[in-house]
Design a protein around this ligand. Structure first.
Ligand SMILES: C[S@@+](CC[C@H](N)C(=O)[O-])C[C@H]1O[C@@H](n2cnc3c(N)ncnc32)[C@H](O)[C@@H]1O
Length: 209
């Protein structure tokens, strides 16, 4: 189950592979109306306040909650970005609800002291984001360590160049294995299974789901 608590245009919802259940929440009725018109993605929509929704509907422990709330006051590049903005009290309430959840949680925003304090002990990943005002450093806070096994590797990399370079290397490894005689290829698979037993098991499980 995937829950995007501040859906907006749904940059993540639209790019990730669909989960068994996809839930999108937004306080802005226009955002919800825009999503209701889409027929290409199956998203359960909730019009309302994200913190209230999560408090009333605690997600199962297997869920991933992704929260990209309006920016912390003062850290915005422009005065007002969204029809529904957050004041400091809204942020604190949201963070308290998110920190109390029993599932995986990812929060994104600009680095700021209030979040650093409220999310002390969470894992932090900084990444560049291209916005209308230029390239800015954004931060993802997660209550789980950055995973090394993913169900989709197409988005790995900090920017387009890194993602393309990784794609090229992956294709080149596969082509080399395709060209190798079957016995050599299978010997390499056996060596890989010996060297990375847990990771290989997880990679194989992708086909069994
Ligand atoms: C930073 S934007 C999210 C952008 C989104 N990640 C995207 O890809 O477009 C914040 C969103 O939070 C919504 N919002 C503001 N207050 C909210 C609240 N209390 N509960 C839920 N959504 C809220 C705004 O309407 C806006 O769509």
């Amino acid at each position: 189950m995937f829950i995007e608590t501040h859906l907006g245009g749904g940059a993540v919802m639209l790019r990730k592979r669909p989960a068994t259940r996809n839930v999108g929440i937004d306080l802005d009725p226009d955002v919800i109306a825009m999503w209701r018109r889409r027929d290409d993605v199956a998203v359960e929509l909730f019009h309302g306040d994200a913190a209230t929704y999560l408090a009333d509907n605690p997600p199962p422990s297997t869920a991933l909650v992704f929260a990209d709330p309006p920016y912390w006051p003062g850290s915005r590049r422009r005065a007002r970005c969204y029809a529904c903005d957050y004041d400091e009290a809204d942020h604190h309430r949201l963070l308290a609800v998110l920190a109390g959840l029993d599932c995986a949680v990812m929060i994104t925003g600009y680095p700021n002291e209030a979040y650093a304090e409220a999310l002390a002990g969470w894992h932090v990943t900084d990444y560049p984001n291209c916005t209308q005002t230029g390239l800015v450093a954004e931060r993802a806070w997660t209550n789980y360590p950055p995973p090394v096994v993913l169900h989709d590797y197409d988005h790995v990399g900090m920017d387009f160049r890194e993602r393309e370079a990784l794609r090229r290397r992956r294709r080149s490894h596969v082509r080399k294995l395709q060209r190798a005689p079957a016995l050599e290829r299978n010997a390499i698979f056996a060596d890989l299974a010996d060297a990375f037993p847990d990771e290989l098991k997880l990679a194989v499980e992708r086909f069994e789901q």
